[in-house]
Design a protein around this ligand. Structure first.
Ligand code: ATP
Length: 264
């Protein structure tokens, strides 16, 4: 479904600030995979997402989505196929617009332009139905400005906006990290429900190792622009946080004191 072939990305090449952010990464993501990615700060996780989404281009290597080479395709041309949720609940929605206006913009972005713009009765009914699946009562607040919502409600709306059009690929960029524990648990539960219900191919970056072992069928650990550990299927299912810390220590040649690097 998504193929990354020998991706390499360097920032500030040839200067004292030169930084190899992605160092020859290849990855084959199959339809229906749910991959969690963990790694120390600066490991290259967000850069990898930016390259997949088309926000940045790799210096070397190819990005293929459903066998189509999209390496040089700009972000807006991939937007129909990729849904993305960011860490900041403020990033995915517009505060001055209402819930239904936000949903309408997300909907129009991916649906053919022949549809009438604005919020039609039919669309409103569809939005209500979608909002009901969140179980937060937002379906009764369609005309409320999004700026009035709590961080958790706003992130739930961002998640819905990124997924209700059934993208080929869902990218979750530490999307629960800025929320308090109970809100983070809510968004984690909703993520699980939506991904399973819509059978979305998903990649999630997280600093929460428990979340990384609990969710998904594959796990990747990144360090210094490389994938240093990966597991999938039954072996992933039985993986524990302690196993991960031991792996990380082994790769780094250090003891568990490195756990702070993983944000545990
Ligand atoms: N636009 C940029 N210009 C220069 N350097 C950059 C740029 N973007 C990222 N970097 C550098 O590339 C490296 C990888 O950054 P990236 O943000 O991908 O890491 P990350 O794994 O997402 O880290 P974190 O967990 O802290 O968010 C870092 O050293 C970062 O400072």
């Amino acid at each position: 479904m998504l193929q990354l072939n020998d991706i390499y990305k360097v920032f500030n090449e040839g200067t004292p600030d030169e930084k190899v952010a992605i160092d020859d990464i290849s990855l084959d993501v199959k339809k229906g995979d749910f991959i969690t990615i963990i790694g120390s700060n600066g490991a290259g996780k967000s850069t990898l997402f930016n390259i997949i989404a088309g926000k940045m281009y790799p210096d070397l290597g190819e990005v293929l989505i459903s066998d189509q080479n999209v390496t040089g395709l700009p972000e807006y041309k991939r937007a129909r196929r990729i849904g993305r949720v960011f860490q900041d609940p403020m990033a995915g929605t517009s505060p001055t617009l209402t819930i239904e206006e936000n949903l309408s913009i997300a909907y129009s972005r991916v649906k053919p332009r022949t549809l009438r713009p604005g919020v039609t009765a039919k669309r409103r009914a569809f939005f209500k139905e979608q909002l009901e699946t969140l179980g937060l009562g937002l379906e009764d607040r369609l005309r409320a400005k999004v700026g009035l919502l709590s961080g958790g409600e706003r992130q739930a709306l961002s998640l819905l906006m990124a997924t209700f059009t059934k993208p080929d690929l869902l990218l979750l960029d530490e999307h629960t990290a800025a929320l308090d524990p109970s809100r983070a648990a809510l968004i984690t539960r909703l993520t699980k429900e939506i991904v399973e219900r819509e059978q979305l191919t998903t990649i999630m970056i997280t600093h929460n190792m428990q979340q990384a072992v609990d969710l998904g069928n594959r796990i990747l650990m990144m360090d210094k622009g490389k994938i240093i550990f990966e597991e999938e299927g039954a072996r992933k299912k039985h993986l524990t946080v302690t196993d991960l810390l031991n792996e990380f220590g082994k790769m780094k040649g250090t003891e568990l004191s490195d756990r702070t690097l993983l944000g545990v």
